[in-house]
Design a protein around this ligand. Structure first.
Ligand SMILES: NC(=O)c1ccc[n+]([C@@H]2O[C@H](COP(=O)([O-])OP(=O)(O)OC[C@H]3O[C@@H](n4cnc5c(N)ncnc54)[C@H](OP(=O)(O)O)[C@@H]3O)[C@@H](O)[C@H]2O)c1
Length: 276
């Protein structure tokens, strides 16, 4: 199962998994973009066991709907790739009142993962969080965690993105500690600096500059391959609780190893989203 599967890293990962013969669920926000991507992935892989589920990761209701649909429709889940992501230069607020970057990149995936813990554990499955090396600029200690998670602090787009990507790593590591006994593994990765649509989302100087550099960036498939290596190629015990820089094991930022912070993030994310 891959979120944000109609574009960039997620689409490439879905293509590669489908080509390898997996049953793939593509989770996409837009029915139209999702259908177009689904057709391409099915045709390119000659695999008809690829399907679309539409859900908006920024909406808790939409994520909960997806969770209950999936519990009825799919059996054990081998791999959940929490990939969908946004970078917003201007502050936006989700329908649940959270700052949009944190809502999509962390909170939505936090809830989705919890809703799928049973089918994941049933398969001895893996959760792969697509983070970013940008998480190294994240700082989840500079203000009360609740204020950072909800966005009730002065907004800076890059800081919000970095914070959300640090949350991706902390969440993967904590998931590995908490769910290891149930046979579930979790890892986080930086997929590379890639020419994807994430750089088209804003008209700020950074995004415009990154767009200029797109011809020199690596293709989304670099990230897709890196995801697939963690998802299916490496033995689970080699990836569990680890951070990868594309395909190489790497040390994450110091805060990613802060056990107290990881536990606080888990508890606060659960409280804010109503996860029990
Ligand atoms: N590209 C890079 O250089 C780079 C570097 C480091 C990390 N990353 C990470 O890689 C991941 C994938 O990004 P990408 O580069 O492949 O960008 P992308 O091409 O823009 O893909 C992002 C995907 O996320 C989906 N998405 C956005 N908001 C959503 C929502 N509310 N609900 C459901 N899906 C939503 C998008 O759907 P729509 O098509 O509907 O917008 C799209 O399918 C992100 O987590 C990003 O942080 C990328």
């Amino acid at each position: 199962m891959v979120t944000g599967a109609n574009s960039g890293v997620g689409r490439s990962a879905a293509e590669l998994l489908a080509a390898a013969g997996a049953s793939v669920v593509m989770v996409c926000r837009s029915e139209e973009r999702g259908r177009a991507a689904l057709e391409t992935v099915r045709m390119g892989s000659s695999n008809s066991r690829v399907r679309l589920e539409v859900a908006d990761l920024s909406s808790l209701d939409s994520v909960r709907d997806l969770g209950s649909r999936l519990r009825d429709r799919v059996g054990p889940i081998d791999v959940l790739v929490n990939n969908a992501g946004v970078y917003r230069a201007r502050r936006e607020v989700s329908e649940d009142g959270f700052e949009m970057t944190m809502a999509v990149n962390h909170l939505g995936h936090f809830v989705l993962t919890h809703l799928l813990l049973e089918p994941l554990a049933e398969a001895g499955g893996r959760v792969i969080n697509v983070s970013s090396d940008g998480h190294r600029s994240g700082d989840l200690k500079r203000a009360p965690l609740e204020d950072i998670l909800t966005g009730r602090i002065p907004f800076k787009g890059l800081q919000a993105y970095a914070d959300s990507k640090l949350a991706n790593v902390l969440f993967a590591f904590e998931l590995s500690r908490r769910m290891g006994h149930a046979g579930l593994s979790a890892a986080a990765l930086h997929p590379g600096v890639l020419a994807t649509r994430i750089w088209n989302q804003n008209l700020n100087p950074l995004s415009l500059m990154m767009r200029l550099f797109k011809p020199f960036m690596k293709r989304p498939s670099t990230g897709g391959h890196a995801v697939c290596r963690l998802a299916v190629e490496h033995p689970a015990d080699e990836i569990d609780g680890k951070y990868f820089h594309v395909e190489k094991k790497s040390k994450a930022a110091d805060q990613a190893y802060d056990l107290e912070l990881a536990e606080k993030l888990w508890i606060e994310s659960a409280r804010l989203t109503g996860v029990t």
